[in-house]
Ligand binder design. Structure first.
Ligand SMILES: Cc1cc2nc3c(=O)[nH]c(=O)nc-3n(C[C@H](O)[C@H](O)[C@H](O)COP(=O)(O)OP(=O)(O)OC[C@H]3O[C@@H](n4cnc5c(N)ncnc54)[C@H](O)[C@@H]3O)c2cc1C
Length: 421
């Protein structure tokens, strides 16, 4: 990774997040109005700009993701910009109402009240309400992922209605192009990401049980292969086979090995409805692949590395081991519930005896969060080490705080959560 490349990746999203809303606010900055009215207008435009950035960050395009520092980073900023936009858009009518308070409380209330105002205002409230429902779902873990996605999509509708609200208010000059851009981004995501128009066709050539409730699936490209590097993840949708019925959705899986002929290997653990079905997948099933994205482990300086895998989070580390000899001393701490549940144990033990740079430490930890204080190396052995973490979000969060407590700076901790919400 070049320094210029990594700098552009680090700064591209913050710059976009700053430039688009500030650009809107500067463009729309009104002269000669009361300060509160100015605040109302500016917060509206800042929120509008942030929403546009938030929409852009949910696109699933490999090149865009590479430029913006990875899909996972895009998701994190998608949430932050979405929430910031919502707060600003809530302040927008409040500031306008506060400005009207000087005329009379009744006029101030009329600015806010959807029942007494015209439906130009009403549409603004509807947009905000849909945004709120879409955003609230981000924090609700219990609803099914499919239901969550539909509810979260209300955000997109909220953005479109919010822009229509501006057009109804007669502010159509910059709004129509913004509406067109927002519509194009949403359409792009729907057509290329969700319906898979940007996906490459593949065929399942084999499926073998890997551990309890885990399966390894090999995929052969049927045309031009997706551009994937070891350790990256892809979005895959499986179609129907003779007995197998796909669930018609794209799911993220890390490529655990890339074999001759660009054959991709995925190790999949049954963690929900769709992945449970995948245990019964059979050769001959058609698949569609979008990606690759991300890459937890990138070639960095030659210092020692600590890899920590939780359960099926071992896949990016397997990918690096499968890609060739290790260049730096590497310690892999592999945490799983039970031996029967752990994928790739024989392969990892074989790699540890064949690979002089690899030290393997495996631990069956049961169902509860393990005692990380005991399992992690002490501070003196962590100094100068790059740490890579992959697994369920709860484990990754706990690992990050133990590493921080042992003096490992955040820039030396790299992680991938196996969850997108
Ligand atoms: C970057 C990344 C890499 C991953 N690599 C692997 C891997 O190598 N092997 C493996 O077994 N698992 C991997 N996962 C996890 C895997 O994607 C989920 O277990 C799977 O999507 C669950 O789907 P489900 O319908 O069976 O379960 P559900 O019960 O429906 O979902 C369980 C959780 O998985 C997530 N999820 C579900 N569907 C999707 C989707 N379409 N897109 C994004 N997230 C979704 C949601 O957070 C949800 O809460 C990875 C996840 C991510 C984000």
């Amino acid at each position: 990774m070049s320094t210029a490349g990594s700098a552009s990746r680090r700064w591209s999203i913050p710059l976009l997040t700053l430039a688009v809303p500030v650009g809107f606010a500067v463009w729309a900055f009104p002269d000669g109005l009361a300060p509160l009215r100015v605040a109302g207008i500016v917060t509206g435009w800042l929120g509008c700009g942030l929403l546009l950035v938030s929409l852009l960050l949910m696109l699933r395009e490999p090149r865009l993701a590479a430029w913006l520092g990875g899909l996972e980073r895009m998701y994190r900023w998608h949430h932050v910009t979405g929430i910031a936009a919502y707060v600003l858009l809530l302040l927008h009518p409040l500031a306008l109402a506060a400005n009207n308070w000087s005329s009379s409380p009744k006029v101030a209330w009329q600015t806010l009240s959807p029942s007494t105002e015209s439906w130009q205002v009403w549409s603004g409230w509807l947009g905000l309400l849909l945004l709120m429902v879409g955003l609230a779902t981000t924090f609700v873990r219990r609803i099914r992922y499919g239901t969550w996605r539909w509810l979260h999509a209300l955000l997109g509708l909220g953005v479109l209605i919010g822009l229509v609200h501006l057009i109804l208010l007669g502010i159509d000059e910059p709004v129509v192009p913004i509406l067109a851009v927002a519509g194009a981004i949403l359409g792009w995501r729907l057509i290329r990401g969700d319906l898979g128009l940007g996906a490459r066709p593949y065929l399942v050539t084999s499926a073998r049980p890997l551990a309890e409730r885990s399966v390894e699936i090999a995929l052969r490209p049927l045309g031009e292969p997706a551009i994937v590097f070891p350790g990256q993840f892809v979005l895959v949708e499986f179609g129907d086979g003779r007995r197998y019925r796909g669930c018609g959705e794209f799911h993220p899986f890390t490529v655990s090995a890339i074999r001759a002929g660009n054959e991709l290997h995925l190790a999949i653990k049954a963690l929900g409805d769709c992945t449970s079905k995948m245990l019964a997948i059979e050769a001959g099933v058609a698949a569609r692949v979008i990606g690759g994205f991300g890459g937890l482990i990138e070639p960095r300086d030659a210092g020692p590395q600590l890899w920590i895998a939780g359960g099926i989070g071992v896949t990016p580390f397997m990918a690096v081991l499968n890609a060739g000899p290790l260049l730096q001393p590497t310690r892999l701490l592999y945490l799983y519930r039970t031996e029967a549940d752990a994928a790739f144990l024989p392969e990892l033990r074989a790699a540890a005896s064949a690979e002089p740079n690899l030290t393997l430490h495996c631990a069956a930890t049961g169902d509860d969060l393990p005692d990380l204080d005991k399992l992690l190396p002490d501070a003196s052995r962590l100094s100068g080490t790059e740490c890579y973490l992959c697994g369920p979000p709860g484990l990754v969060a706990a690992l990050k705080s133990v590493l921080a407590a042992r003096g490992v700076a955040a820039r030396h901790v790299h992680y991938e959560n196996f969850e997108f919400r």
